[in-house]
Design a protein around this ligand. Sequence first.
Ligand code: FMN
Length: 260
Amino acid sequence: MFTAGAGEHVLGGRSEHHIPSPGTKFCQVGRIRRVQFEGVVNIKMLCKMPYKDQLVHELNLKKNFADKKEVKMRIICIIGSARSNGSTAAIVDKIIEGMRESNVEVSRYCLGDMNVNFCLGCKKCYEYSGRCIQNDDMDTIMSDLLKSDIVVIASPSYWGDITGQLKVFFDRSTPYCDTNENRIAIQKGKKGISVAIRAGQSDRENIHIIESIEHYYGHLGITPIASLSIKGVNTIDDLYSKEDEINRAYELGKNIINLV
Ligand SMILES: Cc1cc2nc3c(=O)[nH]c(=O)nc-3n(C[C@H](O)[C@H](O)[C@H](O)COP(=O)(O)O)c2cc1C
C-alpha cells in the first residue's frame, strides 16, 4: 500500500526553490510523488514569484507532505468463470463486500464477459517492446492489473482444472512473464489471492487450481498471500446454503489490509 510521505521525491520542481503555484496538484507514480504545476507555464515563471510567496507555498507543500495522506489500495478481481452471475462470481463478490470495509478501490472482471482472444503463439511479444500484436480486452485488464496492489483470481473447476477462459488469459499474459526477456515490467510488491470452487466433495482439484493460479503469480512476480478452496458447489443455491464458506470469503476480504 502506498503512503505519501515526507521522504518522497518531488519531480517537476527540480529543487525546493521551485515552489508550486496555488492550485498545484499531486499525483502518485509508484513511490514517486509528481508535482504538476497549474497556472505556471514554465520554471522561469515560477522563479519570478516574490520570495515571500514562495515561502508560504513552501510551508504548504511541506505540510502536505507531512500529512502522510493514505493513498487507496487498489485491488483487481479476475473471475475465470464463463458466467458473471454464477457461484465463482458470487464468492468473489463476497470477498469484495468484505474489502469494502477498508479504504480500497476494487475493479472486477469476469472473463466470460470479456473479449480475450487465444494466444496466436507468434512470439512477437518476445521481440522488442514485449507487446502483444492483438488489441482486445486483455489490454484493459492488464493495464488495471499493473496499477493494482492486490490481484484476486478465481476459477471454477472445469474437468479438474482452471477454465479455458482463465488459461487463455494466462497465455496472453506472456508479454509480462519473467521468462520473456523483453517483458513489460510489473512493479514489485503485488500480492495475490487464489480462489477455487468445484462441485465435487474433495479439495484435491481445488488445490491443483490454486497451484495453477500461484504458478501464474510466480511468473509475474506477484506474491501469493492467501487462497480459498470451496467444494460441494454445483449450483448457486449450493453456495448460498454454505454459510461458513460465505463468511470465510467475507472475512478474507475484510482482513485484506492485514495481509499485505
Ligand atoms: C464444463 C464444466 C466442467 C466441470 N468440471 C468439473 C469437475 O471436473 N469437477 C468438479 O468438481 N466440478 C466441475 N464442474 C462444476 C463446476 O465447477 C461448478 O458447478 C462451479 O460451481 C461452477 O461455477 P460457476 O457458477 O461460476 O459457473 C464443471 C462445470 C462445467 C460447466
